[in-house]
Design a protein around this ligand. Structure first.
Ligand code: NDP
Length: 322
């Protein structure tokens, strides 16, 4: 495994990490979760990502149970939660958003579900236009001073909103966000590469990037249609199907170009697409998703592909997906 500092912090995260979205508590039950987390751990993964909203808290509960069961020393791994959407199926106004009330209560609930004394990373899952930024920054600062959270950050905030959070934190002498969790893959690059460009130097911002395979699309699994049981056939995720496949099948057509380049490098499309994400020095860690052990096994081999990814190959890939 390779370890990278989370931006300018002293925290070293594995360059490949593992998340629970869609899978934990839906496609993945207790024994599979145990197998996946144990495999990740064996390969040096030290960061496990979660959120209050993932399967309405069930993903955190499952991860917490399995982590406790596996007895990994608490100081050897990092775990995150994200707040905003709420865990309830139909959240009431106080059960979602970034008010002081919800940020603090959601943290307490995540600690309980994940069965840990503190969250290493706690992220605001989206910006909340109905809460003053001063209130959210102060709530995060309180949690850090109480030792319940070690680092806080954002997910899918605009560069402007992140700037605002820093301005407020500095003015109020409070802890500022140190990490952003954006989508980043060959089909989705603009925010990480352009919008956030000034923030890496200015704030030492780290990134824990999500959907490196665009929900599996870049593995080539949708090249011949959508297999039953895959993420895009999960009830309630119809919206994701349209987003991932796109109109007119253009995104699938692009994905079909990957196997040829992957074969040149002696690999398959998924590790190649993941290695490409890792090759961006502003990516602190690539969050992997997997519903099966074989997928995780394959995706972890991106570490071996990374040294083979030279400038010429990268340029070809980027041209194909431009
Ligand atoms: P990916 O884009 O890698 O998609 C993962 C899914 O793709 C798997 O569950 C599996 O789906 C399929 N897959 C993975 N590897 C392979 C393979 N080798 N061959 C074939 N199919 C494969 O990542 P995610 O979208 O899951 O994102 C990773 C993590 O990022 C999440 O778990 C979550 O922690 C975080 N995240 C954060 C978000 C945010 O807003 N902050 C949003 C989304 C994710 P299947 O087997 O079901 O078809």
């Amino acid at each position: 495994m390779q370890y990278r500092r989370l931006g300018r912090t002293g925290l070293q995260l594995s360059a490949l990490s593992f998340g629970a979205w869609v899978t934990f508590g839906r496609q993945v039950g207790r024994s599979d979760a145990r197998e996946l987390l144990a495999l990740a751990w064996d390969r040096g993964v030290n960061f496990f990502d979660n959120a209050e909203t993932y399967n309405h808290g069930e993903a955190e509960r499952l991860m917490g149970d399995v982590l406790a069961d596996l007895r990994f020393p608490r100081d050897s791994y990092c775990v995150s939660s994200k707040v905003y959407f709420g865990a309830a199926e139909k959240p009431r106004p106080t059960q979602r958003g970034l008010s002081r009330k919800h940020v603090i209560e959601a943290c307490h609930q995540a600690l309980e579900r994940l069965r840990v004394g503190h969250l290493d990373l706690y992220l605001c899952h989206r910006p909340d236009p109905d809460t003053p930024i001063e209130e959210t920054v102060a709530a995060m600062d309180t949690l850090i001073r109480q030792g319940k959270v070690l680092y806080w950050g954002t997910s899918e905030w605009s560069a402007h909103a992140i700037d605002e959070a820093h301005r407020v934190a500095q003015a109020m002498h409070m802890y500022a966000p140190v990490v952003e969790q954006p989508q980043y893959n060959l089909l989705h690059r603009e925010r990480v590469e352009q919008e956030y460009a000034p923030l890496y130097e200015k704030y030492g911002m780290g990134t824990t990037i999500w959907s490196p395979l665009a929900s599996g699309l870049l593995s080539g699994k949708y090249n011949q249609g959508v297999p039953q049981g895959s993420r895009l056939t999960q009830p309630g995720y119809e919206w994701l199907r349209d987003m991932v496949l796109g109109e007119g099948g253009e995104r699938v057509e692009k994905a079909k170009a990957l196997p040829a380049i992957a074969a040149e490098l002696g690999t398959t499309p998924a590790p190649l697409a993941i290695a490409w994400c890792m090759s961006n020095p502003h990516v602190s860690t690539v969050l992997l998703g997997a519903s099966r052990k074989e997928q995780l096994e394959q995706n972890l081999s991106a570490l071996d592909v990374l040294p083979r990814l030279d400038a010429a190959i990268k340029a070809r890939l980027e041209q194909m997906f431009a």
